[in-house]
Design a protein around this ligand. Structure first.
Ligand code: URA
Length: 491
């Protein structure tokens, strides 16, 4: 018999990675461990050192060849590494190990406990990035040279090590400003041309107030909608944790106090409705959490009631909570209002037919609307659809964006002008914008016509041509959705 040396098990390893999201260190370590055949149960991962490999370090760690991993797994690694969970590296290495040993489609198996755990970590990182995009506020830094450019700074406390992933969004959006973002785990500096990352800082590095404070507060007061004010909604509107960064938060208690009266005025009820005073402690509790699930969000939408009276019920989104493609329409129509489901009327049936021809199954996508209640004009017995105003679209935008944050699709399809307005903040002609687009909060989008536009075309030839073009758009949507899925995270 041969000697058992051929099956000698490599010695256990202890890997120490740098503090924060040490993606490069992790990749180097994984290559070396795989090259030496070290199994996950023989590795202990330690995040929070100076980086590098210690203990029984694999031989020649820098020279191990790169690994060929499925794109979905490569994407998942990039997403999960910034999580604070000390077990993240070990979990990822277990997934890599299994994939390299033949389970190439491992990440497709959502019910696998390891895959599920990694999904949760990735979700929480993505949510943290969205929160940073939504709740970070810049303040003007005073004291620079009088004729120098204006400089801005912001303080933010993310839950995870997301600064490097979140900061490019601000470089894109505030390209012409000079700014820095300071966090307890690192800082980012945009000098107008290049984004650089540096050491952590503290809150006192960033001005607490500036001349723009009144601007933010005034802005918030102007967009505040009293009809949205009920305890649950307020809580979910702005998580308390983010208050101290938000100059406009100071306006909230007053707005809430006067909300009962303002709502009454707005919907034309008697002005004698007493203004509800919300105690400070209750208010603080209200604002403590954002909705953590679609069920919670939908309950809030339902409890808010319609902005314009008349609708039977709120029509919330429908489809898998983890769909990779979300379709956004305008608002529910007559049949949707009665059934409480989106896209079940004539436009919905046409959409479903076109989807089928493009190879998209309705049950695989998430369908929702920019506006959640039917707005109509009563003409005799008929309820005639009435287009929502820009103000109404912006009233519902907060819900729509939370919905997208919770579903986290790879692609968001805007059907028609109202959806485009809701998802970009701009009124853009569909003919100009049709095709792939970047939407608010960095969502990858695709703009196309609304199916009801096709229904309204009077000329049969024009209708057939427009329908064929619509199916062509949906084919692109299918391809983009599939590509997005295998490419891992969006953005
Ligand atoms: N039109 C829409 O925009 N949404 C629906 O749900 C139905 C028709």
């Amino acid at each position: 018999m041969g000697s058992p040396a051929a099956v000698r098990r490599p010695a256990a390893r202890r890997v120490v990675l740098g503090e924060g999201a040490d993606l490069d260190g992790f990749r180097r370590a994984v290559r070396a461990l795989v090259a030496e055949g070290v199994a996950p149960e023989d590795v202990s991962w330690n995040a929070g050192g100076q980086g590098g490999l210690f203990g029984e370090a694999p031989e020649a760690p820098g020279q191990a060849p790169p690994l060929s991993l499925p794109r979905q797994l490569a994407g998942r690694i990039t997403e999960v590494v910034p999580h604070r969970d000390p077990e993240r590296y070990g979990l990822l290495y277990r997934a890599i190990w299994r994939v390299l040993r033949g389970e190439r489609d491992l990440l497709e198996i959502a019910s696998d406990p390891l895959v599920h755990r990694l999904d949760l970590l990735a979700r929480s990182v993505r949510r943290d990035i969205h929160k940073m995009h939504a709740y970070l506020r810049f303040r003007k830094v005073v004291g620079g040279p009088p004729d120098g450019p204006e400089v801005f700074a912001a303080w933010f406390e993310p839950d995870h090590f997301i600064l490097e992933q979140a900061a490019p969004f601000f470089a894109e959006r505030f390209r012409s400003m000079l700014w820095s973002i300071v966090t307890p785990v690192g800082s980012a500096l945009w000098d107008g041309e290049e984004l650089r990352f540096g050491p952590p800082g503290c809150r006192s590095d960033v001005p607490g107030e500036d001349g723009f404070e009144a601007g933010w507060t005034g802005y918030y007061e102007s967009i505040f909608n009293p009809a949205r004010t009920n305890p649950k909604l307020m809580r979910s509107h702005m998580a308390k944790k983010y208050w101290h960064n938000l100059p406009e938060a100071a306006a909230i208690p007053n707005l809430v106090r006067s909300a009962g009266g303002r709502t009454a005025g707005m919907i034309g009820k008697e002005a004698s409705v007493p203004a509800k005073r919300v105690p400070e402690r209750a208010l603080a509790a209200m604002l403590d959490q954002a909705p953590g699930s679609l069920e919670e969000l939908n309950a809030l939408i339902r409890s808010a009631g319609p902005l314009v009276p008349g609708a039977t019920q709120a029509v919330v989104g429908e489809g898998p909570a983890n769909a990779s493609v979300v379709f956004v329409g305008e608002q529910p129509g007559d049949e949707e209002d009665l059934q409480g489901r989106p896209f079940v009327g004539p436009a919905g049936r046409l959409l479903e037919r076109a989807m089928g021809e493009a190879g998209i199954e309705r049950r695989d996508v998430y369908l929702t609307n920019a506006v959640k209640h039917f707005k109509f004009e009563q003409r005799g017995k008929r309820r005639i659809h009435s287009k929502p105003t820009a103000g109404e679209v912006s009233h519902y935008r907060w819900w729509l964006m939370r919905e997208l944050e919770l579903v986290e699709p790879k692609l968001v399809v805007a059907l028609g002008g109202t959806a485009v307005l809701a998802l970009t903040g701009k009124q853009v002609p569909i003919t100009r914008a049709r095709g792939p687009a970047v939407l608010l909060d960095g969502f990858q989008g695709f703009i196309t016509v609304h199916p009801s536009y096709l229904l309204r075309l009077p000329d049969q030839d024009a209708k057939a041509a427009a329908y064929a073009q619509f199916v062509g758009d949906l084919e692109q949507v299918r391809q983009l959705g599939e590509a997005g899925r295998s490419a891992g995270p969006k953005g």
